[in-house]
Ligand binder design. Structure first.
Ligand code: ATP
Length: 283
């Protein structure tokens, strides 16, 4: 079953054609990442799906509803969705726990507040005022507010910006845990390693159009791309691109009569592939 179904989505701001005909189909339980450079149209797309921006053309169905829906049906719909905006938490005079408790009151089936604070690693900061949190801690609070309502569908817009590496890993574990509960997740991120760690499928968007949708392992022909074998030969580093790295290494083993100096065998990373994909058209 499709949780997100988008056909021919378009949106312009005056002369700026931000989204120029986007199609998306995201299944229940899937973690789907939107990748693209600054200004590609990710936030515009996501905010239309969330019901925060109008569209010029196209069909959108989110959990079976058009985000343009108003009134009681819209409230019921919103109850099933969690959103982590680029910064949702207001720097007010409330403490962390008060804020999460307050948000939990908006939902008919909220998660346990203490559990959510523990899940985002903020239990020690539960009594702290929001305005005294660090940037990364604020972001974790944003994530807590996104998941407090037990959403069926979670939108995460650059969720780990400002996280230190340990917090990012902890966040990934939290998302994996949500995956286990069948939550569908639409993620935008600039971190290719994050997309690779979390996403079942990624869509690369550039200049308002989707260039490719695929699994991270297969994007841009990555799975079948050539390997690079590199080694030291005297005072030179040599590199050879090959479809058969094992036979190259076997030949080198014979040539060096054993250990090959500084041998590495690599394949293009998701980031290499992504940069090549957007390279030609990046503004
Ligand atoms: P980023 O990675 O920087 O967040 P993005 O992929 O989310 O970028 P959008 O925010 O969707 O990109 O912007 C797409 C294009 O639309 C950009 O050229 C941007 O300048 C323009 N744009 C976005 N919002 C508005 C607005 N409210 N009014 C005018 N132009 C806008």
């Amino acid at each position: 079953m499709s949780v997100i179904e988008v056909k021919g989505l378009k949106k312009s701001y005056g002369q700026v054609h931000a989204v120029r005909g986007v199609d998306l189909s995201i299944a229940q339980g899937e973690i789907f990442a939107l990748l693209g450079p600054n200004g590609a149209g990710k936030t515009t797309t996501v905010e239309i799906l969330e019901g925060f921006r109008s569209r010029d053309a196209g069909e959108v169905s989110i959990l079976g509803f058009d985000p343009k829906t108003q009134g009681h049906a819209a409230r019921e719909w919103r109850n099933r969705i969690g959103i982590v905006l680029q910064s949702a938490a207001d720097a007010g005079d409330l403490t962390v726990i008060e804020t999460v408790q307050h948000f939990s009151g908006y939902y008919s089936n909220p998660r346990n507040v203490d559990e959510v604070l523990a899940a985002v690693g903020l239990e020690e900061k539960s009594g702290a005022l929001i305005r005294n949190l660090s940037g990364g801690q604020r972001r974790r609070l944003d994530v807590a507010l996104g998941i407090i309502g037990s959403p069926e569908l979670l939108f995460l817009d650059e969720p780990t910006t400002g996280f230190d590496p340990e917090a990012r890993r902890a966040f990934w574990a939290l998302i994996q845990q949500l995956r286990g509960t069948g939550t569908t997740i639409l993620l935008t991120t600039h971190y290719l390693d994050e997309a690779e760690a979390l996403a079942d499928r990624v869509a690369v968007i550039n200049n308002g159009l989707i260039i490719e949708v695929s699994s991270p392992a297969e994007l841009g022909g990555r799975a079948t791309s050539q390997a690079l074998v590199s080694w030291r030969d005297g005072n030179q580093i040599k590199t050879q691109a090959t479809d058969n790295p094992t036979s190259v290494v076997t030949q080198l083993t014979a040539q060096f009569d054993g250990e090959i100096p500084e041998l590495t065998v690599t394949r293009p990373s998701l980031e290499d592939i992504y940069l090549t994909m957007i390279g030609g058209t990046h503004e």
